[in-house]
Design a protein around this ligand. Structure first.
Ligand SMILES: Cc1ncc(COP(=O)(O)O)c(C=O)c1O
Length: 357
């Protein structure tokens, strides 16, 4: 049976990338050995690191003053790594909380910053109300989660906030382009649009780095000085990132990808809205995520029944996060228009089947 993987992460890897990786596992670049065996000190691996950084800069149009570093520990590690390396944030950062992941980051920061931090919590604001409320606060800097993977809430208008931004972009990095004008630090776990777990990418303005006397692995300056090779890095995860970036470039870059993501997500939301008598989409139009589309059936029994029906038909990863339930369609870059069409037919079949009962 054909499997359609809509998982929120780790998530679908494009077939083209899987095929390239298959070849590299057998024999990387005709070197006669596997990518799995590559030494992180070899010139071949150094090329992978440097070329990935170049591809990243090109795709995301990153200004030259920014640095890119590859780390481990997942996005969650950033919740302690970031405040340890930027202790001055204690004085001047506010958090914009739009969901579960931002709250986790906020709580971890507060542990290190003696509960000194303030937040604005999104509560069905309009974007205008939110920007107004933010503009009244005194802090220069703001943390936000650009896409709340569990809650399906996305913020893409970074320039509408009058703050220097620190952003968790784990679930929507490289799904659209943006201006770096007021962005100081971005982090993202790789396991959605950038490949597989084990790798976290950070992109930051090194002039803001305020390094203290902290243990060596925790010190960002060490990772920067050693070009992400301070200790043994997750070589395979970095290689997969490299192939994902090549794939995005060959597909047509972020403009093309963003457009595709828009077309796909708009067709899902339009379908869901056209069935509002039985389906509920809890996120307001302005904040609806292109990356994670959340909904539930008004009849609670239908959620479980639909997920079972989906699984029987080869559709996996559609369950909402265990903390919220419901259905979640993760529409990452690797999801094709055909997959979305097939999914909408599946939901339609489910509705017809149950309406006739
Ligand atoms: C937006 C966001 N932030 C943070 C995390 C945590 O990532 P990790 O499991 O890599 O620590 C996730 C995981 O899905 C996420 O979606």
């Amino acid at each position: 049976m054909k499997i359609n993987n809509f998982s929120a992460g780790p998530s679908k890897i494009p077939n083209e990338v899987i095929n390239t990786i298959k070849g590299s596992i057998e024999n990387f670049n005709n070197l006669g050995y596997s990518i799995l065996e590559i030494s992180h000190r070899s010139s071949e691996f150094l090329d992978i690191v440097n070329n990935s950084k170049i591809l990243f800069s090109q795709l995301l149009n990153i200004p030259s003053k920014y640095e890119i570093v590859f780390l481990q520990g997942g996005a969650t590690f950033q919740n302690s790594f970031l405040p340890l390396n930027f202790p001055n944030l204690n004085k001047d950062i506010i958090f914009l909380l739009t969901g579960t992941w931002g709250k986790k980051t906020y709580d971890d920061f507060n542990l290190l910053f003696a509960n000194n931090l303030n937040n604005i919590t999104y509560n069905n604001h309009t974007l205008k109300q939110l920007t107004e409320e933010i503009s009244l606060t005194k802090q220069d800097k703001m943390f936000l989660t650009s896409n709340e993977t569990i809650n399906g809430i996305q913020l893409r208008n970074f320039n509408s906030f009058n703050k220097q931004l620190y952003i968790d972009m784990s679930s929507d990095i490289c799904s659209y382009g943006f201006s770096w004008e007021n962005v100081e630090y971005v982090f993202a776990g790789a396991q959605k649009n950038l490949g597989i777990p084990g790798l976290t990418i950070i992109i930051f303005d090194p002039n803001k780095l305020n390094v203290q006397n902290i243990p060596s692995y925790l010190n960002l300056q060490n990772h920067l000085d050693k070009n992400s090779l301070f200790n043994t890095p997750p070589t395979f995860s970095i290689y997969v990132l490299y192939e994902m970036l090549n794939w995005m470039k060959n597909l047509g870059g972020l403009e093309y990808i963003e457009n595709l993501n828009r077309v796909k997500s708009e067709s899902v939301y339009a379908f869901l809205d056209s069935h509002e008598e039985i389906i509920q989409v809890p996120v307001n139009d302005e904040f609806r995520s292109l990356s994670n589309i959340i909904f539930n059936f008004k009849n609670k029994d239908y959620d479980k029944a639909f997920l079972e029906f989906a699984k029987e038909n080869g559709f996996i990863g559609l369950n909402g996060h265990r903390s919220v339930g419901g259905i979640r369609v993760s529409n990452y870059n690797s999801i094709t228009i055909n997959m979305i069409d097939d999914l909408l037919s599946l939901i339609n079949d489910f509705i017809l089947k149950n309406d006739n009962k």
